[in-house]
Design a protein around this ligand. Structure first.
Ligand code: LLP
Length: 454
């Protein structure tokens, strides 16, 4: 790719979270953008748009980067878990598990996906601030580790788990750490719906010692998402090691310290997140240092990346449709998807990077706003971006859509969800079927009396 492609200026083979484009991105002799050996506009023609295109190489490299960094930097045992809320599917879970990682889940749906993908049950962790009884039962029956978040979890588990086979538990607490990210995706500050308050920690740990149905083997905290600072994670490590010391003193056989996820990625060229290696090195050193100074045996170190593992692997393809120019104000270019396949811009004012699939390196000549097709003025995917001249029918590529796009998608306006393909070595496999408008009617019921009335 030539130097004027913003995504090429950020090709960091060792840290997928610092790339704007999937690792395998290239341009063919005709100047068309290629991912995983597949020409993107051909994928659009074959599978339709909107289409999520996932690069298998990027996912595997990201997994290996986390797993290898933990092995290299942390002197005790470790396990990286994929936070599957970022993008949960059978195929992704399977690929990630094949790289030796576990999976964290937050619902029966995510848990069933991980189980059906063949993820080993000892590598699955169930989170959630309001787990249903059915979700807790499913996790317990499958010997999945359950993260207790509040008293309601404990009350429910008392009726589910038995002394004969105690439930394997981690305890989540709020570490009271502030970080700079969007208000909605902060979780580690004191005013959070997640986890036990630090003031309650000791009493809850003492209470659990008396519960024969419970085997508390881990502690968990998570401070937020899309974080570029390293310090909050360093502070978290020492707060967690304090809690580890307390829990062990009280008599819990704590083996696991789970520091959550949160490492940010590059969505636009100005973003400059730390690399995965630097993040893992910092967290590992902070945990080791805190343990050494308190004379504690090193716990197994767990982390739960979501976004940094999968976001940069994926691009979304759209077809350009209508255009509206308001002289002196703005030109809108509308595409065939929008807030239902990517709710992040309207929810968090998130920025993205885009280009034309068949002219990625053509000179940008106009400033345009890319709008979605939903009946809502705020349905804008990218505001005021530079693009070369484009026509209806051209395929538009939006980068870094692998996390919290498909998983947060909706059927707003009864628009069907897109298909997803995974690409590798010139081959594409469909991993999510495209919904059809008719599919959206299958849960609707028409009461008899309304039929009679006509
Ligand atoms: N562990 C726990 C307990 C979490 O709640 C999360 C994310 C993660 C791990 C993974 O965090 P990550 O590595 O992806 O930052 N929908 C928002 C993000 C919400 C994050 C929720 N929790 C967005 O689109 O930005």
């Amino acid at each position: 790719m030539s130097d004027n492609s913003p995504y090429e200026q950020h090709l960091d083979l060792n840290s997928p979270n610092r790339n704007l484009a999937p690792l395998s991105t290239s341009v063919d002799q005709k100047g068309r953008l290629v991912v995983g050996g597949c020409v993107l506009s051909n994928l659009a023609a074959c599978y339709g748009t909107p289409l999520y295109v996932i690069d298998e190489e990027s996912i595997r490299v990201a997994c290996r980067t986390y797993v290898n960094a933990l092995h290299k930097k942390y002197q005790g045992p470790s396990l990286a878990l994929y936070a599957s809320k970022a993008n949960s599917s059978l195929a992704l879970s399977r690929i990630i598990a094949s790289e030796g990682m576990g999976v964290d889940v937050v619902s029966a749906g995510e848990l069933l996906t991980a189980l059906n993908a063949g993820v080993a049950t000892e590598k699955i962790v169930l989170h959630g601030n309001n787990k249903s009884n059915a979700e807790l039962q499913l996790a317990y029956q499958n010997d999945v580790t359950i993260v207790i978040d509040n008293r309601y979890d404990i009350e429910q588990l008392q009726g589910i788990a038995s002394e004969v086979r105690p439930a394997r538990l981690m305890l989540r607490f709020t570490p009271g750490i502030e970080c700079h990210t969007h208000e909605y995706i902060k979780t580690g500050h004191l005013d959070s719906k997640f986890g036990f308050d630090p003031d309650q920690l000791e009493s809850i740990l003492r209470e659990l010692i008396g519960c024969k149905w419970a085997k508390l083997t881990g502690l968990h905290a998570h401070i937020g998402s899309q974080i570029f600072e390293l310090e909050p994670h360093q502070d978290l490590a020492s707060v967690m090691v304090d809690a580890l010391q307390l829990a062990r003193e009280i008599g819990h056989p704590i083996e696991d310290l789970n520091v959550g996820g949160g490492l940010g990625i590059r969505y636009v060229s100005e973003d400059d997140p730390p690399s995965i290696d630097d993040w893992v090195a910092l967290v590992s050193e902070a945990v080791m240092k805190a343990c050494r100074s308190r004379n504690l045996d090193l716990p197994r170190l767990l982390c739960e990346p979501g976004r940094s593992l999968v976001a940069p692997s994926c691009v979304t393809l759209y077809t350009i449709g209508s255009r509206k120019t308001i002289p002196g104000i703005r030109t809108y270019i509308s595409v065939d998807g929008g807030m239902s396949d990517n709710p992040r811009p309207i929810t968090y004012q998130s920025l993205y990077t885009t280009c034309l699939a068949d002219r990625p390196n053509s000179k940008a000549e106009e400033k345009v706003t890319i709008a979605g097709k939903h009946c809502e003025s705020g349905d804008v995917l990218l505001k005021d971006v530079e693009l070369p001249p484009s026509n209806s029918g051209d395929v538009l590529v939006v980068f870094s859509t692998g996390a919290y796009n498909a998983s947060m998608s909706s059927n707003y306006n009864r628009i069907p969800r897109p298909a997803a393909v995974i690409v590798r070595d010139g081959h594409a496999d469909l991993i999510l079927k495209r919904e059809q408008p008719e599919d959206l009617l299958i849960y609707d019921l028409m009461p008899e009396r309304l039929i009679e009335v006509g």
